[in-house]
Design a protein around this ligand. Structure first.
Ligand code: HEC
Ligand code: HEC
Ligand code: HEC
Ligand code: HEC
Ligand code: HEC
Ligand code: HEC
Length: 383
């Protein structure tokens, strides 16, 4: 009784598979055999598709060059096309021009990729210093004017301005989204709010003071040791900020063990006092409390989040509600999300100290709760 039922069932399952195998295109069959290194089958495919093979190969080249293809996939398809035509030539002669064309494309595509990687590496060097951005959304337009991309030295601006001055008033706190064009700047928006010849050098001239990525002059921007302290102090005074460089420990800007500027040390020593707004007044309050995160992981210490430090520099509306819900215990924070730029990772690892510095956040012993802190307890699973 059971056997026939099973057979019918199995046959029913197989029918679509059989039909599918028959309906597989030449391309699919060729790729499959190529992957399996099944030379015999490849050979018979080439023979049975003698008349259409060259146009199939051309279509494959078209497909490979489509805009949506990544480098890997493009090279794979070109490789298949090249193999098709090579086998065809071996068997029937002919197809020489096409093969040469394909191999030429493979060479140029590899060269393009090599250049792209070199280019990306070049800019990553400029961005090595935490918070320096190479702005090159309009790379083509800049190149047409003979200008390299812009370097925005985030850290230099932090000396004079609290985050509040710019975020999210002048710039949204996210790269690539502000659509900064020269026209907007010259009309007094974005960088032009300050770079108008009054607050800072004028962007209607001085092109190369901003457009300098990849130039030797740009090196200075990743070397705090080369900061011209007197000039920075003069600018600070004009703005109503402070740069008391005489208070620097041993005359040097303090760095953490990863080489990044230790801003809190600068603050503790009274070296700098950035302004909260261009008008000089702080328009927003400060949230003066500390939140202890009891960590979900048993292997790490608890995290202490200082609302006061954060809200004295950063507007409430930057964090709430976009990055964090403003309810104690409501945010389920995981390191893997942070690594993708969520939660604390919105700033840490980008413009503030890096993730590798675990202990700077995980600084609190697991068995004690410091007095006066709010406690964020991990939610129970499923709750
Ligand atoms: C003088 C203006 C200015 C100040 C002050 C400033 N920023 Fe920015 N910030 C920018 C600009 C410009 C960008 C890039 C925007 C773009 O590319 O569209 C940016 C981008 C960012 C980003 C996005 C990084 C990314 O990878 O997406 C973060 C985070 C950030 N800033 C945090 C801060 C913090 C924290 C402070 C204060 C300690 C601060 N900023 C102070 C101008 C400023
Ligand atoms: C809130 C005001 C403000 C905004 C907004 C601002 N800057 Fe600046 N920037 C300054 C000040 C002040 C200086 C120093 C004054 C000077 O050198 O004239 C400066 C200096 C610079 C320097 C020179 C640093 C050096 O040491 O050589 C560069 C480069 C620069 N800004 C780029 C930019 C770019 C690019 C933008 C927009 C993405 C921008 N700035 C937005 C205020 C601002
Ligand atoms: C204060 C810094 C600053 C100065 C000075 C400056 N630029 Fe720019 N410029 C920028 C930024 C930032 C961008 C946006 C870059 C991007 O994201 O691709 C930009 C983009 C451009 C672009 C491409 C986008 C567009 O609008 O077509 C051109 C062209 C350009 N700048 C030309 C100039 C010229 C010419 C000068 C001198 C007269 C100049 N810039 C001076 C900061 C500056
Ligand atoms: C910018 C601050 C910060 C830094 C730096 C940081 N953490 Fe965390 N970490 C947190 C916060 C906040 C939580 C969330 C607390 C909770 O609910 O468990 C957390 C949670 C964790 C957890 C438990 C949840 C999970 O994602 O597994 C582990 C494990 C952890 N961190 C390990 C590390 C290690 C290892 C490093 C260094 C490589 C590190 N953290 C660096 C802030 C930080
Ligand atoms: C750097 C980001 C950041 C800034 C800026 C910030 N907060 Fe928060 N806020 C947090 C985090 C993180 C929590 C904890 C959420 C949790 O427990 O899940 C929190 C919690 C809260 C809470 C609930 C706990 C409490 O303190 O009672 C309130 C209310 C709140 N924030 C208000 C504010 C206000 C008002 C400001 C501005 C004066 C502000 N926050 C600025 C990150 C920030
Ligand atoms: C909007 C940006 C932003 C977000 C989001 C943010 N931070 Fe920060 N954090 C800063 C800045 C700016 C500083 C000042 C130090 C610096 O820039 O290196 C700082 C400093 C700190 C410090 C050093 C304070 C001290 O006393 O040494 C700790 C610890 C810290 N953050 C933890 C966290 C944790 C935990 C979270 C997430 C719950 C978080 N931060 C989210 C910007 C941010």
């Amino acid at each position: 009784m059971r056997l026939p039922a099973l057979t019918i069932f199995l046959t029913a399952l197989l029918i679509p598979a059989i039909l599918h195998a028959q309906s597989k295109s030449f391309k699919e069959q060729f790729i499959e055999s190529y992957r399996n290194r099944d030379l015999k089958r490849l050979e018979s495919l080439v023979v049975s598709h003698k008349d259409t093979l060259l146009s199939e190969a051309e279509a494959l080249v078209e497909e490979a060059l489509a805009k949506d293809k990544g480098f890997e996939e493009r090279m794979f398809l070109l490789d298949i096309a090249s193999s098709m035509v090579t086998m065809y030539r071996f068997r029937f002669k002919g197809g020489r021009d096409l093969l040469e064309r394909i191999n030429r494309i493979i060479r140029t595509e590899s060269e393009k990729e090599r250049k792209r990687l070199l280019e990306a590496m070049r800019w990553s060097r400029e961005e090595e210093f935490l918070g320096n951005f190479v702005m090159r959304r309009y790379e083509k337009e800049m190149a047409e004017r003979g200008l390299p991309p812009v370097i925005y030295p985030h850290w230099i601006h932090r000396i004079w301005f609290q985050c509040k001055v710019c975020h999210n008033k002048i710039f949204v706190m996210k790269r690539w989204v502000n659509e900064i064009t020269q026209e907007k700047i010259e009309k007094g928006r974005l960088c032009g709010v300050c770079h108008n010849g009054k607050i800072a050098f004028d962007a209607r001239s001085n092109c190369r003071r901003c457009h300098l990525a990849g130039r030797p002059e740009a090196e200075r921007l990743r070397e705090p040791e080369r900061l011209d302290h007197e000039k920075v102090q003069k600018i600070a005074r004009q703005l109503g900020a402070e740069w008391n460089y005489k208070k620097l420990p041993e005359g040097r800007i303090p760095r953490d063990r990863f080489g990044f500027i230790d801003w809190l040390e600068l603050k503790r020593r009274g070296v700098f006092k950035p302004i909260p707004s261009l008008e000089g007044k702080d328009e927003e309050g400060i949230r003066d409390n500390k939140i202890l995160f009891i960590t979900k992981g048993k292997s790490v210490q608890n995290v202490l989040f200082d609302h006061k430090i954060h809200s004295s520099w950063i507007r409430c509306s930057v964090c709430h509600p976009l990055i964090f819900k403003d309810k104690l215990g409501e945010n389920d924070i995981w390191m893997k999300d942070m690594a993708r730029g969520q939660f604390c990772g919105h700033c840490h690892g980008k413009v503030s100290f890096t993730f590798a510095d675990c202990m700077r956040c995980h600084s609190q012993p697991r068995d004690t709760i410091p007095p006066g802190v709010l406690v964020h307890r991990p939610k129970r699973k499923g709750g």
